[in-house]
Design a protein around this ligand. Sequence first.
Ligand SMILES: Nc1ncnc2c1ncn2[C@@H]1O[C@H](COP(=O)(O)OP(=O)(O)OP(=O)(O)O)[C@@H](O)[C@H]1O
Ligand SMILES: [Mg+2]
Length: 257
Amino acid sequence: MKSEVISIAIQKGGSGKTTTAINLAAYLRNQGKKVLLVDLDPQANLTQSAGLQEEVEPNIYHVFKRLAAGQDAPVDFSLFRSNDMDIIPSSLDLAMSEMELVSIFGREKLLQQHLREARKKYDFIIIDCPPAMGMLTINALTASDSVIIPLQAEFLPLKGMRNFMKSMETVRKNLNPKLKVLGFLLTKFDQRKIMNQRVASQLSRQYGDKVFKTRIRTNIALAQAQEKGVDIFSFSRRSNGAEDYSNFGEEVLNRLR
Ligand SMILES: Nc1ncnc2c1ncn2[C@@H]1O[C@H](COP(=O)(O)OP(=O)(O)OP(=O)(O)O)[C@@H](O)[C@H]1O
Ligand SMILES: [Mg+2]
């Protein structure tokens, strides 16, 4: 199988992007795949969820800096290994990239360029995006083959999602025609909540089988695992979170076949 670069993105904060990035990566790792995680969020939540300190260097910020200066930045340059997964970490410094990249020629394609070599070494590259539609997310979408869009089943995310889809169309038109939506993933789902059910059926009406059958239930173990810096399968193999992310991972692999 050729390598697949997947962005986990939506501009709404707290939608489950980071949780999905780390646990999808862990599922794929458990299936024997070679996985690279890329933390593209200055909040560095993924970096911490993977068990690394927040301020590890060199990180993705230094990668962007070198690329923007026309310097070489091999993938190994910023590579860390934790819990049997490779990760390019992030740090608060990355917030400066949004501004620093503005005047750089080809600024939208820096990450794509950076991952070209990595594609030869990994089966999957998973990019955790920040909760904003800025230069970092545009870099992620430009570098990706597909996008997974996690959302909490509430009214507002659904509205924000339409704006996100518009921005994605623009990226597709101008920067990356082959970008595809792999699917929408409902997170923090509670079957008992009327609003959750309502949004789920509205989403299905609008996007049909683009919506993953698996819904990630609200499960405290997912938050606890993240806090401990491990994935859900290492933290609590029998939890609902592990079951849901395992089913989800299987669906992802099936969709890519
Ligand atoms: N299914 C779930 N059940 C319970 N808690 C969850 C679940 N999914 C995520 N969380 C928790 O909700 C919070 C937000 O999730 P997460 O960090 O994955 O969202 P995010 O979209 O990456 O947020 P941001 O936009 O700030 O980067 C975290 O504390 C996480 O542990
Ligand atoms: Mg996040």
